[in-house]
Ligand binder design. Structure first.
Ligand code: PMP
Length: 419
């Protein structure tokens, strides 16, 4: 085991200038309890590079103005930057057109939009919607609310003890009553990367649309929506080294065209009288009110930054960290890794036999290490593993092997104190 760890340490990291990357993130110089911050809570939210912060500040300092409505110079510049961000995002996920990219507040709002519009119009009594055991609450509750309203049924694909979807169960579950499939691409709690292409192919054999919750996949896997052929895709800017408060719903144009607006108000209309309203064209039909202009600009900047480093390089680096950390904690007494799928993103969830996750998190905080403890908004998944919570370290592009060492050292100390 230790030779394996040493081998990873010796691995050629030359594809990646980690120090330069770390210097781009001002927050990484922060001290916590007089110790250097070791930020391992990237699945909750990622830190922001100076480039993103500067782009947003520049907007506020130099051309802050509302979009789409003004003929004056600042408004035109703001509109250009806002719509420019949409094109960056369209290219990033290889959507067919920029009218398929809807700005929302995040993954949660994107899923709620689809459930409230497509779902309300198409789900009827007795219909079935399929999700999986490892969904985040934001990919459970909107569908549950819809099912309650329509007297429809929510069906859940079971997982095995490694935290992988049991595909044969999905095959058995899907039938002519199934009207929608909504699946997480990569689990925030287990790290599992799901076989989404196979899921989409099977659902499409039955003509069933599929939504992918890509909140955790978007910063690790190259996503090509045309190649995947997903019908909807949701993600958040803040997990992608961009700002909070902005996210994306991608939808195939034929679905979006047919869907009713989500909210009414300014910008989503083309003509309003007191008798009736005609709606604006896509994507504006789904963007009522003043959008998060700085957020969109920040998200566009985050993608530019990621592309400069290369998503594949980032994923390779995070995989090395995960591999190293997994091996390093496997020796710790009473520690059980929750989520041992073959294909994983950089998420390491674990549970100590005799130490409550909350104590683990608090102890590590005093070492400067930020991890997350709790149910990670996946309570049904906790129930599946028969545990109340896990401790979760999640890796980002700026984390180092030395930081993993600090984490493991902290865990060893915890065992000394609590063991
Ligand atoms: N789905 C997954 C898999 C997530 O990890 C998260 C965030 N933890 C969400 C959905 C919700 O994202 P947001 O809170 O940004 O809307």
């Amino acid at each position: 085991m230790h030779t394996e760890i040493a081998a990873i340490k010796k691995n050629d990291f030359s594809f990646y200038d980690i120090q330069k990357i770390r210097n781009d993130f001002p927050i990484l110089k922060t001290l916590v309890h007089d110790k250097p911050l070791v930020y391992l809570d990237n699945a909750a939210t990622t830190q922001k590079p100076q480039y993103v912060i500067d782009k947003m500040n520049y907007y506020y300092e130099n051309y802050n103005s509302n979009v789409h409505r003004g003929v004056h110079a600042l408004s035109q510049k703001a509109t250009e930057a806002f719509e420019g961000a949409r094109i960056i995002i369209k290219n990033f996920i290889n959507a067919l057109g920029k009218n398929e990219i809807i700005f929302t507040r995040g993954t949660t709002e994107s899923i709620n939009l689809v459930a409230s519009t497509y779902g309300r119009a198409n789900i009827k009594e007795g219909d079935e919607i399929i999700i999986s055991t490892m969904e985040h609450h934001s990919n459970i509750v909107p569908w549950q609310m819809l099912c309650t309203e329509k007297n429809a049924k929510l069906r859940v694909i079971p997982i095995n003890d490694n935290g992988e979807i049991i595909f044969e169960e999905f095959e058995k579950m899907i039938n002519e009553k199934t009207k929608f499939v909504s699946i997480v691409y990569a689990s925030n709690t287990l790290g599992t990367i799901n076989p989404v292409k196979e899921i989409i192919n099977l659902a499409h054999n039955y003509n069933i649309p599929v939504l992918l919750d890509a909140a955790q996949a978007i910063n690790h896997l190259k996503i090509d929506v045309q190649q995947l052929d997903c019908d909807f895709l949701a993600f958040s800017g803040h997990k992608l080294y961009g700002p909070t408060g902005i996210g994306i719903l991608y939808g195939k144009v034929n679905f979006l065209e047919a869907m009713h607006p989500y909210q009414g108000g300014g910008d989503m209309i083309s003509k309003v009288t007191f008798e009736e309203t005609t709606y604006n064209e896509l994507p504006h039909k789904f963007e009522a009110g003043t959008p998060d202009i700085a957020g969109a600009i920040g998200l566009g900047a985050a993608i530019e930054y990621i592309e400069k480093i290369g998503l594949e390089n980032i994923a390779h680096h995070e995989n090395l960290l995960l591999d190293y950390a997994t091996k390093a904690v496997s020796d710790l007494q009473g520690l059980k890794i929750i989520g041992t799928a073959k294909d994983k993103i950089g998420v390491l969830s674990f549970h100590f036999e005799n130490v409550h996750p909350h104590d683990v998190g608090t102890f590590l905080d005093f070492e400067g290490v930020a991890i997350r403890t709790g149910h990670h908004c996946t309570q049904p998944l906790m129930r599946r593993f028969n545990i109340p919570a896990t401790s979760r370290a999640s890796f980002g592009m700026y984390n180092t092997i030395e930081e993993v060492d600090v984490l493991v050292h902290g865990l060893k100390k915890i065992l000394e104190v609590f063991g």
